[in-house]
Design a protein around this ligand. Structure first.
Ligand code: NDP
Length: 285
């Protein structure tokens, strides 16, 4: 029997509708959640991501604004703008689109964003909160994966979860979130010997590497839930994940497609974090 295909587009739509209701409630209290996006340079992929983020915010009725800087802008200028946005009461979330040009220190930029407006969840305070078992803003992609699992009623507690990839924005926070929910978690990296030995144990397999067909069908446990975070463009222009979808879906119980799986959820959780940031401001008031 084939796997259930997890429809990230439909789930993202349903989740956005829930967050729209919460944003509407805030508006009745006179608070319009606002997101500021900073982009330095004219990387076409970054521009496309930003357009999609702004579109999602507008659909949910949030205020959003783009702060564009030319590629040769100094780090000081970017930090200055972040400091201004940190104290702007109309802005509840600040996002700096990565990658930044090499003369700008991304870590320094992330640390300058107020942890209360860090809707990407990359600030050390927010990552630390994740380690301590609480979260202020969970990073959007792993938060989106968690939301997909919850939406599909896929149990996490007591399950064997394997995360392939250990980046600060996907793999590591994903592993911590699954651990927090009571899974037994293994994290695999480029240094892992015999990757299949681990993936075959996974009740929940999350793959975030960026290598097409890294995970073949034979590496998937029968009845597993397979979450493919990877996005790869093949020479023929086709977009694929890290998992051989056709093979894996014959063994998995649940599987996300690429495109249409995790991607729409990442943007949705950015909206969620922005609304949550505004809700915290409303609570304080
Ligand atoms: P990074 O390049 O930062 O990290 C990739 C990770 O994969 C590293 O930890 C690396 O290990 C590991 N890795 C590399 N080769 C292997 C291997 N053969 N076996 C096991 N692990 C391996 O990538 P990101 O985490 O930023 O992104 C991963 C993928 O997810 C990309 O395709 C990206 O485009 C996609 N992505 C998708 C999003 C979405 O919304 N759907 C959002 C963000 C990312 P090591 O540390 O040892 O080098």
């Amino acid at each position: 029997m084939g796997a259930v295909i997890i429809d990230g587009v439909a789930i993202a739509k349903a989740v956005r509708a829930e967050w729209k209701e919460r944003a509407d409630r805030l508006k009745t209290q006179g608070i319009l959640p606002g997101l500021a996006v900073i982009i330095v340079g004219d990387n076409p992929a970054s521009k496309l991501y930003i357009r999609n983020k702004i579109k999602a915010c507008r659909e949910v009725g949030l205020h959003s604004e783009i702060h564009e800087f030319p590629r040769d802008t100094s780090q000081e200028m970017v930090l200055k703008r972040i400091s201004e946005l940190n104290v702007n009461p109309d802005i509840h979330g600040i996002l700096v689109q990565l990658p930044l040009p090499p003369h700008i220190d991304s870590a320094k930029v992330q640390e300058t964003i107020s942890s209360e407006k860090d809707v990407d969840g990359f600030h050390l305070y927010n990552l630390g909160a994740l380690v301590a078992g609480g979260t202020v803003f969970p990073p959007c992609t792993p938060y989106g994966v968690q939301c997909l699992l919850e939406h599909m009623d896929i149990p996490i507690e007591g399950q064997n979860a394997v995360v392939v990839g250990r980046s600060n924005i996907v793999g590591k926070p994903m592993a911590l979130m699954l651990l927090q929910k009571g899974a037994t978690v293994s994290v695999c990296t480029s240094k892992t010997r015999n990757l299949a030995q681990y993936t075959l144990l996974a009740d929940i397999l999350v793959v975030a590497v960026g290598k097409p067909r890294l995970i073949t069908g034979a590496m998937v446990k029968e009845g597993a839930t397979v979450i493919d975070v990877g996005i790869n463009r093949l020479p023929d222009g086709k977009l694929v994940g890290d998992v051989d979808f056709e093979e894996a879906k014959r063994r998995a119980a649940y599987i996300t497609p690429v495109p249409g799986g995790v991607g729409p959820m990442t943007i949705t959780m950015l909206v969620a974090n922005t609304v949550q940031a505004a809700e915290r401001v409303a609570e304080k008031a």
